[in-house]
Design a protein around this ligand. Structure first.
Ligand code: TMP
Ligand code: ASP
Length: 244
């Protein structure tokens, strides 16, 4: 039985979280609001919430088939998902397959450079300090998680990156980088949470290198909704053709 939506308990830049009649579940509502540079640039992107809800649901379902434990229970409608209630661990985990964005800028590297390794980064999830880059010792010192939990997060994140990289590669998309968030349920399980969408990944078309993600908004490249739809449609098509 699907629990009923109750009070708004949290509102972030792109989503709202509601309590439900089941204390272990929440309803997450995807908004059309878009921000960049820690909220300095603000706008709305038509239908972004609908598209990101659908993309995240499809990707999380795909990852669940691969054995990844996620917070998603089911997509409820165009804007909402029923999810397990978790405490978000205050780190944003970034994995880079191709150099771009802040790494290119910070280290003076050319965007598009392919490194010989996978690059794993952690940022402290805190807008006031602009989500600064931290390492595991910082995270432990700040009480964000212990070493064993951070190790579990890193292993899961690298697996998720590998699964998604291969999946996107098959539909002609390069997964340049992605940002993941994890949460802990009341039993201490660590689950993949938040979203995986063009807001939180860089997706480049393999043949044209066209950017199909939030960089279109960050860099004023236009046709944002079309780019997000393109990602959604290619993922949908691939999953339609999949027999599990
Ligand atoms: P970056 O190159 O700006 O550090 O971004 C790396 C990846 O993380 C990119 O796919 C976009 C995503 N990201 C978020 O999801 N949220 C953020 O606040 C930032 C800065 C990046
Ligand atoms: N999510 C961040 C913000 O809302 C930054 C970004 O995605 O570029 O400002």
């Amino acid at each position: 039985m699907i629990p009923e939506k109750q009070a708004l308990i949290y509102e972030g830049k792109a989503k709202q979280v509601y309590s439900t009649t089941n204390p272990d579940d929440v309803i997450i509502r995807y908004k059309d609001d878009a921000t960049a540079f820690n909220g300095i640039k603000k706008s709305t992107i038509a239908n972004k919430g609908l598209i990101n809800n659908e993309i995240t649901s499809l990707i999380f379902e795909y990852l669940a088939h691969k054995g990844i434990v996620t917070h998603l229970i089911q997509r409820l409608d165009e804007r909402e998902q029923l999810c397990k209630k978790v405490h978000i661990i205050k780190v944003e985990v970034i994995i880079r397959n191709v150099i771009a964005g802040s790494m290119a800028k910070r280290l003076g590297l050319k965007e598009g450079m392919i490194p010989p390794n996978r690059i794993y980064e952690m940022c402290y999830k805190n807008d006031e300090y602009q989500d600064p880059l931290i390492n595991e010792d910082h995270a432990v010192a700040m009480g964000i998680a212990n070493y064993e939990e951070l190790d579990r997060i890193k292993k899961a994140a690298l697996k998720i990156n590998q699964y998604l990289y291969e999946f996107m590669d098959n539909i002609g998309i390069i997964l340049v980088d992605l940002k993941l968030e994890f949460g802990k349920d009341r039993f201490g399980n660590i689950l993949l949470a938040d979203e995986i969408s063009p807001d939180t990944c860089r997706f480049w078309d393999k043949s044209t290198q066209k950017k199909l993600d939030k960089d279109r908004f960050r860099r004023d490249l236009g046709n944002i909704e079309e780019a997000y739809e393109e990602i959604r449609d290619r993922i949908k098509q691939a999953l339609r053709d999949t027999t599990w």
